[in-house]
Design a protein around this ligand. Structure first.
Ligand SMILES: Cc1cc2nc3c(=O)[nH]c(=O)nc-3n(C[C@H](O)[C@H](O)[C@H](O)COP(=O)(O)O)c2cc1C
Length: 353
């Protein structure tokens, strides 16, 4: 972390978290952050559901909800980025305050509720971007008042699919009432079949991932693995934020919403490893939740992830964490004698089961 980044972070942390988030996006767009470009080292080259990646470190959904900073984020070091969630209609989300820092826990709680400018505005921005080496995906959401939520995912995919490299069906946000019910076997099967139909309608069918919650029962996880294989989706992103509040110190831990950051690491990694086992390592998995170091990113890979994503750790460590993690993974692969990322995937899965 440079002195300038340290100063920027300490200034941002004196502000209301949502304002700080908005300012960090503005600073990025204004070119105030150093952007080293995607970390590109031979050992880190890999592929995720057929997409070539220069490195396996991705930006998780929810940071750039409206796809406003794709160009600078593509030069921040990430190997892929996910923007959104986008819903069909623009939506204000829940009342403020709705984002809380849990500094002592290196965590955050959010209850945004899919605030976004809607698929028209977001699709226009996505269509205007210049294609680069860093794949860009869109997190799909449903409007709070939609009568048919499953239809919303298909609608956003049909509208924005032509302009992105992958899409994610997000049925795991805890901040839209009853959304997570779509993770149940019957509802999920129907939802994914409808989304895959929308995908088949695209001129260029893109990988479609499912993003799941960390708070599922073992039976739910088994059902999801089966449905994912049966519906032939491209992979699973594990996991979203948790509604659990175990072992927290910060006063803000009493806030309602989804908890992200360090306390989520173990729980999300266990779900990841279980999915890897249930799908016999055949389904591409993305590990998300509490990644704050190269060691942790590497642990997710060895638990079964083909790639990782992160968000909350950047709030505390800044954007320079991204190249640091990517380079660190490279060093860990070299240490353990893996010639590339793919060879390390799932090699320590049993330790997490
Ligand atoms: C403020 C905030 C907003 C988020 N919004 C979304 C979202 O719109 N869609 C989604 O799938 N996940 C969303 N997430 C979840 C993250 O993508 C990620 O799954 C989660 O934060 C765990 O990763 P982390 O511990 O590295 O932050 C959000 C997370 C945060 C902190």
């Amino acid at each position: 972390v440079s002195a300038v980044e340290q100063l920027g972070l300490s200034l941002l942390h004196r502000l209301d978290p949502e304002r700080a988030h908005g300012l960090s996006l503005l600073a990025l767009r204004a070119g105030l952050a150093p952007l080293p470009g995607p970390v590109d080292l031979p050992r880190l080259h890999t592929s995720l559901a057929g997409m070539p990646l220069v490195n396996p470190v991705g930006l998780a959904a929810g940071y750039d909800k409206n796809a406003e900073a794709i160009s600078p984020l593509s030069r921040a070091g990430f190997g892929f980025i996910e923007v959104g969630a986008a819903t069909p209609q623009p939506q204000a989300g829940n009342d403020r305050p709705r984002l809380f820092r849990l500094t002592e826990d290196r965590a955050a709680i959010n209850r945004f509720g899919f605030n976004n400018q809607g698929m028209e505005a977001i699709g226009a921005r996505l269509s205007a971007r210049s294609p680069g080496r860093v794949p860009v995906g869109l997190n799909l959401g449903a409007n709070k008042t939609a009568r048919d939520r499953a239809a919303d995912f298909a609608t956003v995919l049909a509208h924005c699919g032509p302009y992105v490299d992958f899409a994610t069906v997000n049925v795991s946000s805890p901040n839209t009432e009853r959304l997570r019910d779509l993770q149940g076997r019957a509802a999920l099967t129907e939802l994914l079949l409808r989304v895959m139909e929308a995908r088949a309608g695209l001129a260029r069918p893109i990988p479609v991932f499912l993003k799941i919650a960390p708070d599922l029962t073992p039976q739910d996880v088994e059902d999801i693995a089966e449905v994912a294989l049966a519906t032939r989706i491209s992979g699973i992103i594990a996991t979203n934020t948790t509604i659990s509040r175990e072992g927290l110190k910060s006063a803000a831990s009493r806030e309602t919403g989804g908890l992200s950051g360090a306390p989520l690491f173990e729980k999300s990694t266990r779900v990841l490893a279980r999915l890897s086992q249930l799908t016999h390592g055949t389904l591409p998995l993305v590990g998300v939740g509490g990644v704050g170091s190269a060691e942790q990113a590497y642990q997710k890979i060895r638990a079964g992830a083909s790639a990782v994503q992160l968000y909350t750790a950047m709030v505390y460590r800044g954007l320079s964490l991204v190249p640091e993690i990517a380079r660190g993974i490279d060093a860990l692969l070299a240490r353990d004698g893996f010639a590339n990322v793919a060879l390390a995937v799932g090699t320590d899965r049993s330790a997490w089961l």
